[in-house]
Design a protein around this ligand. Structure first.
Ligand SMILES: *Cc1c(COP(=O)(O)O)cnc(C)c1O
Length: 387
């Protein structure tokens, strides 16, 4: 009997401790973790510098209201601004909250209400963000949704170009769709969104909740493209596992928020800021980001070499250490046998295996993962007959 609402299909694994790229369950079994708390534990589990930073703050002050000065917020915001095209930051506690802030700011700033998003997107579970999410299964049973969100097909340049209307406040997009199947945006598609936003006097919002904080080998994934978004939203990797979210906005937006416009009791809490501060010190570092890029390239290349001839494998794609292996079949059986063999990976939709190793993963750990993926997918390929 459980005292919890059954909102998650939980695996039967009880984690006892975690270190680096490994999880240890209460039966003493060791797992190589290519889930990383869903792109949260980017520095691996329990990274020393973040742990020390939080511990130091624990001895000083845990929480003060945002009605007081919080110098650590300024410090973390400065790092985010200096490494992005943005100029000011609002701190929240989660990805959905960061997106809520972005949606509110877009409406307040433009005086318009409609937000354009994309099919198979994922932006969160609050009312505005589940309305923004272009997936029926997330919305079912919760109507009426928040007005007015409209969805276009992802990577469809023509759909973006033919967009019209003087009521559009913003276009919001994931640079690489995460939950929707690890689908990188095409450069022409993202550029078309930027141009359409200029034409319609709408804001260009990139949801980098999953792709940000080094995951793709850049501080933010939009840097892979020649685009300059008005708003960037963040969460997952920002606190290395300590809950924290952020919205970064450009200078021309700053005066659209004033005292009372938006707030969060816990947003930018000193403990969360201590976690984010130490996390960014490690990740916003050229040599660290280059290593992520190189590891990502190597991992993808190895997967292509070892898997491309398997009849079960349809596509291998991704950016940096965010990689999807699309199969011709449901991934659950493969994920189960991987788990039994000691490798944890995620699904992204029914047919994609999503790999999100910690950014600190070693070559040896990647070799082990490739070997397990190749042998398990091969085993399932033997019993697979294309229909
Ligand atoms: C996880 C995710 C969210 C939601 O973040 P929460 O912290 O769960 O609210 C929003 N957008 C994207 C792209 C995500 O991957």
């Amino acid at each position: 009997m459980s005292y919890l609402f059954p909102t998650y299909a939980r695996l039967d694994i009880e984690v006892e401790k975690a270190e680096g790229a490994y999880l240890y369950d209460t039966n003493g079994k060791k797992y190589l973790d290519f889930v990383s708390g869903i792109a949260v534990c980017n520095l691996g589990h329990c990274p020393k510098t973040v742990s020390q930073s939080i511990q130091k703050q624990l001895e000083k002050v845990w929480h003060v209201s945002n009605l007081f000065q919080i110098p650590l917020q300024e410090k973390v915001a400065k790092k985010l601004v200096e490494h992005s095209v943005g100029d000011a930051v609002f701190f929240a506690n989660s990805g959905a909250e960061a997106n809520e802030a972005a949606i509110k700011l877009a409406r307040k700033h433009t005086g318009k209400h409609k937000i354009i998003t994309f099919l198979q997107s994922f932006h969160g579970r609050t009312y505005a963000t589940l309305s923004a999410t272009g997936q029926k299964k997330v919305q079912e049973g919760f109507g009426p949704l928040a007005p007015t969100f409209e969805y276009l097909p992802y990577n469809d340049v023509e759909a973006v170009k033919s967009l019209k209307g003087n009521d559009i406040a913003a276009i919001m997009v994931e640079v690489v769709q995460g939950e929707g199947g690890v689908v990188p945006g095409d450069p022409t598609f993202l550029k078309a969104i930027e141009e359409k936003c200029k034409e319609l006097d709408a804001l260009f919002i990139v949801d980098e909740v999953q792709t940000g904080i080094g995951r793709t080998g850049k501080a933010f994934a939009y840097e892979h493209y020649k685009i300059s978004p008005d708003i960037i939203t963040l969460a997952k990797g920002l606190g290395s596992g300590f809950p924290v979210g952020a919205m970064i906005g450009k200078k021309h937006l700053i005066s659209s928020f004033s005292p009372g416009s938006h707030a969060s009791t816990f947003g930018g809490n000193p403990l969360a800021m201590a976690a984010a501060d130490a996390t960014l010190d490690e990740i916003f570092n050229e040599s660290f980001l280059t290593s992520v890029s190189e590891k990502g390239k190597w991992l993808k290349q190895q997967l292509i070499e070892q898997l491309q001839d398997e009849p079960l494998v349809k596509d291998i794609r991704g950016k940096g250490l965010m990689i999807g292996i699309e199969l011709n079949t449901d991934v659950q059986n493969v994920l189960t046998s991987l788990r039994e063999n000691g490798l944890l990976a995620l699904p992204a939709g029914p047919k994609v295996i999503r790999l999100l190793p910690p950014l600190t993963v070693t070559k040896q750990e990647m070799e082990k993962a490739v070997h397990l993926l190749a042998s398990n997918i091969h085993l399932h390929s033997l019993t697979f007959s294309p229909s």
